[in-house]
Design a binder for this molecule. Structure first.
Ligand SMILES: [Zn+2]
Ligand SMILES: [Zn+2]
Length: 354
């Protein structure tokens, strides 16, 4: 029997935010785009299933009441797994459409489409916090300016391929001990184009494209995390003979920031305080990504206590608002005491009957 709370690694008392956070972290880890291990897709589906239920107040109540063994064995009303991939999921491949308004459908011309290209980009945590626009230099094929990509000298045009008569395919007869076989293959003379360039362009030598360096602007949205990729439509290699250009995929890595541990949109900052500060209370300064903040540590604070700065975490990638900044307090036990300090502590212990 499936325990949805266990799948998401949260307690039954977990609130909506915590459930969402747990889901995002797991979804990032197990999304089939990033996790190529066997079983990742199933795990991902299971995580999604758990989230679809626990994030919906009505379904959650039903689940809390009846468990996964439904009365009558039916599913949850209106439960739709197939929608999980598009609707509820914090996306990877579809992120481009969100932020860049690009269109999924590529115009299909004839010819050969250009290749997609990959660019690996590493950014800092403050850049991921604020969002950043970067210019990257890409060496890719672009359409030849001289011939506008046709491959023929200006004024000249390609002629029908003499080897295949313009069909782009040729029939070949192969003789084997079992008899003769006819095989249809791509015309080796024109590579399937059906045309031949008889007066090639002198700039690109008939290929219709030239390799050159190009600066491409990449807009990285605020709140991005490692493992996401952004697509820049048509910034890949140019196509040939009317083919569509490929896309550029920018794979993002957010460099670890020594100050913080990141958990989705939340940040955790570890603050070491002294024994006296913990016992007597103190005001300490905490660096946030938008300047310094003051944290009032109450008297009697224990090591391992958490303090929360609401909304001082990373921006949510897909929704409004920010995560939180948690300060994890660690109390340092004093070391290398002087005789006077040791005496005072002994006196302190006596007064406490320790
Ligand atoms: Zn050319
Ligand atoms: Zn041909």
């Amino acid at each position: 029997m499936k325990d949805y709370y266990e799948i998401l690694g949260v307690s039954k008392q977990a609130g909506a935010d915590e459930i969402k956070r747990a889901f995002r972290n797991l979804a990032r880890k197990h999304h089939p785009d990033v996790n190529k291990e066997a079983g990742a897709a199933d795990k991902f589906k299971e995580i999604n299933e758990a989230y679809q239920v626990l994030s919906d107040a009505r379904k959650k109540q039903q689940y809390d009441t009846f468990g996964s063994a439904q009365p009558g064995g039916g599913g949850f009303g209106g439960f739709d797994f197939s929608s999980a991939g598009g609707g509820g999921f914090e996306g990877f491949g579809d992120i481009f459409e969100m932020f860049f308004g690009g269109s999924q459908t590529r115009r299909r011309g004839g010819g050969e489409d250009g290749s997609d290209l990959r660019y690996d980009m590493t950014i800092t945590l403050p850049e991921a916090f604020a969002g950043v626009e970067k210019e990257v230099e890409i060496a890719h094929y672009t359409a030849c300016q001289t011939c506008k990509g046709t491959g023929s000298k200006p004024g000249a045009s390609p002629t029908k391929c003499t080897a295949c008569g313009g069909a782009g395919q040729v029939r070949r007869t192969q003789r084997t001990p079992l008899g003769a076989f006819q095989q249809i293959t791509t015309c080796p003379t024109c590579q399937g184009a059906g045309e031949q360039i008889t007066s090639p362009c002198s700039t690109c030598h008939g290929s219709g494209r030239i390799k050159s360096s190009h600066k491409v602007k990449v807009k990285v949205p605020a709140g991005i995390d490692s493992g996401y990729r952004l697509r820049v439509t048509a910034a890949g290699d140019a196509g040939r003979r009317g083919g569509s250009p490929g896309d550029l995929y920018v794979f993002i890595t957010v460099r670890d920031d020594p100050r913080y541990e990141r958990q989705g949109a939340d940040l955790i900052y570890k603050k070491v305080i002294t024994f006296s500060q913990a016992a007597l209370g103190a005001e300490v300064t905490i660096p946030t990504l938008v300047g310094q903040a003051t944290l009032k540590i109450p008297a009697g604070t224990q090591s391992g206590s958490n303090f929360r700065f609401k909304g001082k975490g990373m921006p949510n990638l897909r929704s409004r608002g920010h995560g939180d900044l948690f300060v994890l307090v660690e109390v340092e036990t004093p070391q290398n005491l002087t005789t006077e300090q040791a005496d005072l502590l002994q006196k302190f212990a006596r007064l406490r009957n320790e």
